[in-house]
Design a protein around this ligand. Structure first.
Ligand SMILES: [Zn+2]
Length: 297
């Protein structure tokens, strides 16, 4: 049986990205990125693959068909907040609102239960884990164990496998798990996002194989807007445009051709709890205890 991998989809529109929001210019187009979502749905289906879509719930309100199509295709729907604002810049009340409201909207639109969450720009708020637990989520996937990238993220975490969220924050509520996004062993830069566009799919595929050899399920991420021809907007940095559109579509197709079974984030978290309750660091959490906690939610 081939090794498992997760290609997670952070489903926001180009208009919701920090790069566009902080730019001086504007675009006339709306819904920029939706076509990338369609490409992913069809390409994953063609490869008998599934995925988790962390969806910004504003998109589900404005374009419900785009989101129900993903759920109907069997993809897991997770939350990527309601409005894609950076959680650490919000008040605790607004952070709770982003986390709770998005879950309710996504569940209403798709009819599926939403148990996973990813913070915009992997920007983790101090109250995030409490708010996730209160709202009934089971796992977070906002940790990038990357080296420090100035002005970006990284340097905070050294977690490379699914684990109880208390491995990230000792005060995190019991019953919440963390699924970190994958970085290249040694180099400690993410395998995807901007880095696949800089380094190419061979870099990503090499990282996936190195992780699989260590028994770690690679967790990749992609944005639908990376797969479309973006309109030129004054003030958006050129790195945002680099290798987007057709180049990135070919890169994703190449990754899906590799000998991995692409599955959902939720299944990797559940599998990890069932088979390795101690997680990466040996913290004792009994399977029964964890499952009971999850059942309560
Ligand atoms: Zn995002």
């Amino acid at each position: 049986m081939s090794d498992r991998a997760v290609l997670s989809i952070d489903f926001e529109l180009f208009s919701q990205t920090p790069a566009y929001r902080s730019a001086s210019g504007e675009m006339a187009e709306t819904g920029v990125g939706l076509a990338g979502g369609e490409f992913l749905r069809e390409t994953l289906r063609d490869h008998d693959a599934t995925a988790t879509c962390f969806v910004v719930s504003e998109v589900a309100e404005d374009y419900p068909d785009a989101v129900t199509a993903l759920a109907d295709a069997g993809f897991e729907i997770g939350s990527h907040t309601h409005s894609h604002r950076h959680l650490s810049e919000l008040s605790p009340a607004d952070c709770r609102e982003e986390i709770g409201r998005s879950k309710a909207i996504l569940e209403r639109v798709t009819g599926e239960s939403v148990t996973g969450f990813r913070a915009p720009s992997f920007d983790i708020a101090p109250t995030q884990f409490d708010a996730l637990s209160e709202a009934g989520y089971r796992y977070d996937s906002s940790v990038v164990p990357s080296r420090t990238i100035p002005g970006w993220y990284g340097g905070e975490f050294d977690l490379h496998r699914p684990a109880p969220a208390s491995e990230v924050d000792p005060d995190a509520p019991a019953g919440l798990a963390e699924l970190p996004v994958s970085v290249m062993p040694g180099l400690r830069l993410p395998l995807t996002g901007t880095w696949i566009r800089f380094f190419g799919p061979r870099y990503t595929i090499l990282g996936m194989r190195l992780l699989a050899r260590r028994g770690i399920t690679p967790v990749l991420y992609v944005h639908p807007w990376e797969l479309v021809d973006l309109p030129a907007v004054e003030g958006v940095p050129s790195r945002v445009y680099y290798h987007t559109g057709d180049w990135m579509r070919r890169a994703i197709a190449r990754i899906l051709e590799q000998d991995f079974t692409f599955t959902t984030a939720r299944s990797v978290v559940e599998h990890s709890i069932a088979t390795d309750p101690a997680g990466a660091t040996g913290t004792a959490v009994s399977v029964g205890e964890t499952e009971n906690r999850l059942e309560e939610r």
